[in-house]
Design a protein around this ligand. Sequence first.
Ligand SMILES: [Zn+2]
Length: 441
Amino acid sequence: MADDIDPVALLQRLIRIDTTNPPGNETACVTFVADLLAGIGIDCTVVGLAPGRANLVARVPGAGLAPPLVLQAHADVVPTTGQRWAHPPLGGEIHDGQVWGRGAIDMKGGLAMMLAGLQRLHRDGERPAGDVILTVVADEEAGSHYGAHYLVTEHAHLFDGARYCVGEDGGAGLNLGDDLRLHPIVVAEKRGGWLRATLRGAGGHGSRRRTDTAMTKLAALLSALQSHRLPTHVTPAADRMLQALAKVLPAPLAATMEQLRDERADPGALLAALPDPDAAVYLDSVTRNTANPTIVRTSEKINMIPSEVTVDIDGRILPGGHTLDAFVAEVRALIGDDAEIEVLLEGEPMPDPAFGPFYDLLGTLVEELDPDAVPLPMITPASTDARHFAQLGMACYGWLPMRLPPGSRYHELLHAADERIPVESVRFGAQSLHQLLRRYR
Ligand SMILES: [Zn+2]
C-alpha cells in the first residue's frame, strides 16, 4: 500500500529546527508540531515556564473504551560543539540510507514516529480506544526543569486518567549475537543518588612530607570505588531480562545469563567472559547500584597540602524498593567511616515495572512487524523524563522500535558526532507506533 505519510521527511524537518539545549528554544519545534497537528484537526495546549521553552500537550479524543495513553517526546537536543561531523548536524541530510543529524535518534526520530502514527490514524478515520495524549516537552537534556518536571507539577490535570506512557529509548544496546534482533522495551530506570564525600587530613606547607593527609585518604577512596563493585541485586525486571536472553542466546552465553541471575555468583568472572565489553558494562550497571567518582575538588595552591578534599560521586540507584539510605550504606561499607557523606540529589523513586497486558502488546507488536524480533524487557541505567511522568501514577515504557541492522552501535551515537538513523528504522518505528495507537485497549 502506498503511504503518503513519510516519517523520514518529517524527521529531516525536525532536525533542521535548532533546539540545542542550552538554550533550548523548543518553542520553534513546538510551533511546528502544533501547526502540523492543527492541520489534522488536533488542538494543542502550549505552556511554558520561560520564553522560548514551550511544552505542548495535545489530547486526541478516543472512544472511551480504554484509559488515556500518553506519548512523550522531548524537543531539545544536546549541543554539537567541538564535535567533527561528516555531514552538517542540523542538516537532516540522507546519506547511505540514513538520516543524519543531531536528534536523529535522541529523540526527534521518536517524535517523527509518534507524529506519523497520529497522522495515519487520522487519515484512516480511526478512533483510538482511549484518548491519546501527545506531549512534546522542553529541557529533557538539562534536567527537565522547564519541561516534564514543570508539566507534571504545574499542569498535571492535562494528563488526567492516563494509565500508560510511552517514550524514549528503544534501540538495542546489547550486541550479544549478530543474528539477534533484540527489541528493548524499557520497563524501569535507575535514579540518581548523587553524593559528596568530604575527606579531611593534616594540611600544611607543601615542602613537608606527610602521609596523614586528605590526599592519602582520597587515594584510598578512589581505589575502593574503582576496584570494587557494590553488592549484586537482581531486580525482578533484570531477572526477566536475563531469562529472556538465556532463551535466545547460544549455549555458553545462555549459561552466563542464567548464572548472572544468581546474586551469589561472581559477577566479575561472568561479565569478563562476555564477547562484547559494552554488554558487560550494561549488565554490570543494571544489576547493582553504582557510584562513580566524577569531580574532585581541593585547594588551588601547589605549595599547600590541602586539609580538605571533596569527591562528587554520580550514584545510580536501582528501581523498585531500593532506597537511598541502603545505597549510602553500601558506599559507606566500601569507603569506610572516615569520609563525611552528603546527599546532593535524590532522583524520583521509580515504582516496580508493570508486566501486564499493555507490556505484552508492546512485545506482540514488534513480533508481528519483525518476525525475527526478540522483545526484551530492559532497565536503563540512565534516566529519562519517564521518571517525571511516573510520578502521576502512569506505568512508563521506553519503546521506540527501530529494527536496527545487526551490529549497530546505537548507543555510541547518542549525544555523539555523526548521530544518524537508518531510513528503514524510522519507517519501522512509525509503523509500530501507528499499530500501538490502533491496537491498545
Ligand atoms: Zn533523549
